[in-house]
Design a protein around this ligand. Sequence first.
Ligand code: ADP
Ligand code: MG
Length: 822
Amino acid sequence: MGPLTGLPAAEAARRLREEGPNSIPFAKRPGTLTIALEVLREPMLLLLCAASTLYLLIGDLTEALVLAASILVVIAISIGQRAKTERALEALRDLSSPRALVVRDGVQQRIAGAAVVRGDVLILADGDRVAADGRVLAASDLMVDESLLTGESLPVEKDAPGAAERAGRVFSGTLVVRGHGYAEVLATGARSELGRIGRMLGEIAPEKTSLEVETGRVVRLVAAFAVGLSALVAVCYAVTRGGWVEGVLAGLTLAMAILPEEFPVVLTVFLALGAWRIARRDVLTRRMPAIEMLGAATVLCVDKTGTLTENRMAVKEVFAGDKREVLAYAALASELAPFDPMENAILAAASLAAPEAVEWRQAWRLDRDYSLSPAFLAVCHAWRDAEGRAVVAVKGAPEAVIAACRLGPAEAEALLSEARRGAERGVRILGVARAQWSRADWPADPRDFPFRWLGFVALADPLRPTVPAAVAECRRAGIRVVMITGDHGGTALAIAREAGIRTEGGLLTGAELDSLPEAELAQAVRGVDVFARVLPQQKLRLVVALKAAGEVVAMTGDGVNDAPALRAAHIGVAMGGRGTDVAREAASLVLLRDEFGAIVDTVRLGRRIYDNLRNAMGYLLAVHVPIAGISFLPLVFGGPIVLYPVHVVFLEFVIDPACSVVFEAESGESEAMQRPPRDPHEPLFSRSMLAASLGLGAAALLAVVLVYGWALLAGRSEGELRALSFAAVVIGNLALILAHRSRSRPIFATLARPNPVLWWMMLAALAALGLAIYVPPMAAVFRFAPLGAAEIGIAFAAGLAGALCSEGWKWYTAGSRGARTG
Ligand code: ADP
Ligand code: MG
């Protein structure tokens, strides 16, 4: 078969325009009406509707209208928020769609699966999903799993033209499990078999996270409490003050004030926007729980080649042999159309030093291709030259090639130590050998060729420049970086040293991973950070051992054989650029940019998201204490009522954006990477978090109660008393927001941290408070009387008192934390 040129780019673009993208329409995204109906079922809105109706019943038209108007605002905000979340998830789905390798204008290129058009030449390789339906043009040992379409679990062999109907075709969405080949696209998108069934692949799994479960529990608990207390208040009110309608209204007000409907909203918003933020750093979240796990990761297991290094190989030198001969045979032992940067580097070097090899590769016939196998880490090619004579070339791991040459022990040992010395310089060393063969058939095992030693090739693959800094950052954050490589131990240690990965623990090999008993292995992996000569399938044992040692493991991978380890790790990370679809589907995160820095970025974001979520939840808990208290206490003790439904609505308009937008935008990343990972078993609503937040809330309540009591004793009018207490609640609320921006850092230290939304919201809240107190028609709705400067001062002092308590608390916990760790 001649070289394939594929479609010209212009023609592909035209077809894409005319025939549409190669994608299957998604399950319909909820329309505005569906969202609106869902929003209407939220308890807050039901309560508002009930309250508004009751006001109508007692003939208070203004109050009823104000509440009705606020219902509209709440609906608008909720829909906006939902739409934002949906959009974030939608963007993620687009990114998660598969990618395809095609030939266009004679060059291979990776394009989005959706951009594949009819007539494209697809390159099929093991581990990838077929991007569209097509006709097989060429196949070598091609096996495809079509269970998705047929339910048949055994892979089907595919063959080039002339083959039976089904064997000559490949179908969109099916999985190449072995071999490789080319196919010409016949049908895309909805016209493919898969499209006709209308099934969707690789969608983001809406798994329930442990945070959701935990939040659900807290919400049910608080809700039960809120309902009970509200009923009690309604009855008390009716009995002590008379009037059932007013009693029910008081109960509804309290329920509105303390029903925890924000908690699940905050969770969804934080996770969805978190996934979106992570996507902006070119990392795709496939499973939501990964986001909360990330901040807890204690070990990052990363591949050396391509992740820590550039995967931009170059031949550095040739030694222990004749340069020309070594490069010529190394080139003969490279693939015809190589993907591997290492093989491309060898070909580039050979075309300069041994140009005849490049001609041979074109003129001769590659008769037998022995690919890399775990048993023999080398690639061996058996050629027939122009006269039909056999020429056999091999290149691969020095141990493997030297063993295959069957040298005397002294000579073999001398070569091996030369390879070791080379590897210590951080380069990859390959051994090269050749063989003659006169029999007509080829042996089954390449090691049966009588190889003659030729020499070594040394290839350099430079470390990515950002890696040392990123490794150092991980160390400061209490995260171990573990290097895994198929390369020689010497090379691995040299690169690890350069990257700043701990090498004092020495290294373990894949063979040792396999042979050590489980208990010993779990012990051994505690101290070792470099793993060499590891086969992908051995990574699984490493993950299991690390987990047994109590670590939270993130693991990278790209190949088909990496999938079990990716699935077993707490956080499986697939390398999207060169990763196979199998690896992507097994992983919970996919890196679109294959480099270590992206992983560290994601960990940093993961910690930030978790911190912000915890702070928002803490704030929510805290802020409900003064609100519940000040609506409840006057009823019990018979004082004037402070909070009516309008007041609660006012407060909700501050609390909602605060907990979802303001806290979500907090960028406490730098400080998040200066402490050890959190304990994954510690719940979000931990005892210390509950104590801190409820304690702060209680302090804020106390301040408000003192203000209320003072106004009462000083004989202020009811309007003044209410305005004063409400101002104290609002300002205390704002102080609680500031106090919850950071769990450990004092407020003044966080003031400089940019968060424009925060300041706009503060300003808006204070302005609204001013309007409510000083603009007569509004003051009438809120039942306020204007306050003097002294009273405003008192309200501020009360609010700030709550914040001061928080500083005391942080100082105290920082002290005890310091005492524990120091
Ligand atoms: P890494 O973890 O660095 O990607 P691999 O698992 O790809 O390492 O490769 C492991 C070893 O197998 C290499 O050190 C090399 O000795 C050998 N090897 C890999 N690819 C080839 C190849 N294309 N030709 C010959 N030998 C290879
Ligand atoms: Mg590799």
